[in-house]
Write a protein that binds this ligand. Structure first.
Ligand SMILES: Nc1ncnc2c1ncn2[C@@H]1O[C@H](COP(=O)(O)OP(=O)(O)OP(=O)(O)O)[C@@H](O)[C@H]1O
Ligand SMILES: [Mg+2]
Ligand SMILES: [Zn+2]
Length: 316
């Protein structure tokens, strides 16, 4: 990046202005262009960790891809990226010479699914990375601006737990992102989900609906459902908040094995209650996003505060 500009970029009229603000403006344009080709952006979030967000994201993305949609899966859990392991993707991004305008290729999984995760960008996946807020913001913006997503029907975004930098950056950068909130039936998870829903309200993110995961247990011997925790809490909370209930996925030990092996069980052809449950959830997501699909919206990539400030430094 050049540093010859002596003026603030707002007053600099040079098209080759190399000021940091000009770089942000250029990135904003790249983000707008990228997002303009993606019909539905879905952020999978939860207040609590370990409730199954990455499982839901992966299987939602795969399920939609299997139904013929063009799908992207973006892992913005920068501290604990799981998506590569779940899909057994071991590729590394090759160092490519770009002229600053060429976009980088995401990983490809099957014909219809493109995947981006931090692990793909790292030389050594075991390298510890110390993240500060602004770096996270920048990484996520690059996931959108620098990647060749092309035309997509759905971009599924797997977030870390909580309402920190990552979901906030997604909300600020992708103005028409919609949320799928994942919970488990226990009261403690439901209390956290309320926080997620309040976050969505605060950042004006539409909620597509809620998934209750680990809802009952499927016995591996007889395939019957056994209620371990009380089920139905997710549906009750969804009603309370006036949002859609997308469905409940039972605990099925084969999901853990599939996630660890990189062969997602829910995308297999097996006939089980968990797979049926996921099929219903995917159909519900399709239904809820049908309206958005028919009217392609171009997201504006400005700051959430609505002014022309620098979104990566604004405290709005
Ligand atoms: N319905 C299910 N039945 C059985 N195991 C499940 C189910 N859903 C998720 N799991 C398992 O639970 C563990 C946590 O799931 P996952 O990683 O998807 O949660 P997460 O919300 O993304 O976690 P984190 O907050 O750490 O990102 C994984 O081992 C996964 O395989
Ligand atoms: Mg996860
Ligand atoms: Zn049994």
């Amino acid at each position: 990046m050049g540093n010859s500009c002596q003026q603030k970029s707002s007053s600099c009229s040079s098209s080759s202005c190399g000021s940091p603000d000009a770089a942000v403006a250029k990135q904003n344009m790249a983000i707008t262009s990228s997002l303009g080709k993606i019909r539905n952006k879905i952020l999978v979030m939860s207040g609590k960790g370990g409730v199954g967000k990455s499982t839901v994201s992966t299987n939602l993305a795969l399920g939609l891809a299997n139904r013929g949609y063009k799908v992207g899966l973006m892992d913005v859990d920068l501290h604990g990226p799981d998506i590569c392991r779940m899909l057994n993707l071991t590729e590394k991004l090759q160092a490519v010479q770009t002229d600053g305008r060429s976009l980088l290729p995401p990983m490809q999984y099957g014909e219809n699914l493109k995947v981006i995760s931090l692990e793909y960008m790292m030389e050594d996946r075991d390298d510890p990375i110390i993240w500060r807020g602004p770096l996270k913001v920048q990484a996520i913006r690059q996931f959108i601006a620098d990647m060749d997503w092309g035309e997509l029907d759905y971009l599924i975004i797997d977030a870390p737990p909580g309402t920190g930098d990552e979901p906030l950056t997604v909300a600020q950068t992708i103005k028409d992102a919609q949320a799928v909130v994942v919970t488990t039936p226990q009261e403690v998870a439901l209390a956290d989900v309320r926080k997620s829903l309040n976050f969505c309200k605060h950042v004006k993110m539409k909620v597509i609906g809620m998934v209750e995961n680990m809802s009952g247990f499927i016995c591996p011997h007889c395939n019957q459902s056994v209620e371990i925790f009380k089920t139905g809490g997710g549906e009750k909370t969804a009603k309370e908040f006036g949002i859609n209930f997308l469905g409940r996925v039972p605990i099925d030990p084969r999901i853990v094995v599939g996630g660890d092996d990189g062969t997602p069980y829910l995308s297999s052809a097996a006939d089980s209650p968990a797979i049926k449950a996921f099929g219903d959830i995917i159909s519900n997501v399709e239904k809820q996003t049908a309206a958005a699909s028919s009217s392609l919206k171009i997201a504006d990539a400005g700051c959430a505060c609505g002014s022309t400030c620098n979104p990566s430094t604004c405290n709005c």
